[in-house]
Design a protein around this ligand. Structure first.
Ligand SMILES: [Zn+2]
Length: 96
């Protein structure tokens, strides 16, 4: 039984107790889960799971000196995707 849900309204935060660097577990995936904090205490990595697991991988946190603080915080409101303002053509009317 797992209470982990993809549509959760909270996200797990991993915070280094030494340099206060924060990592958000939902921002990591198989492609980018090699990260670390500024002071070198925390390392984020991927832990592969067994083939029949419901999850393909887990985000793993390692520390070398001080255990990280791990807690949930509300997800930020979804940002609306801003369309870049398109300008057709450009002016080159500067005369020098
Ligand atoms: Zn740190």
């Amino acid at each position: 039984m797992s209470s982990f849900r993809r549509d959760s309204t909270t996200r797990a935060v991993i915070k280094c107790s030494e340099c206060n660097c924060k990592f958000y577990s939902d921002e990591y995936g198989r492609e980018n889960a090699a990260d670390g904090c500024d002071c070198g205490n925390i390392d984020i990595g991927i832990m592969e799971t067994l083939p029949d697991s419901a999850y393909k991988f887990l985000v793993a946190t390692y520390y070398s000196r001080t255990p990280p603080e791990i807690y949930d915080e509300p997800l930020p409101p979804k940002e609306e995707v801003k369309q870049p303002e398109r300008r057709i053509g450009f002016h080159q009317d500067e005369e020098s």
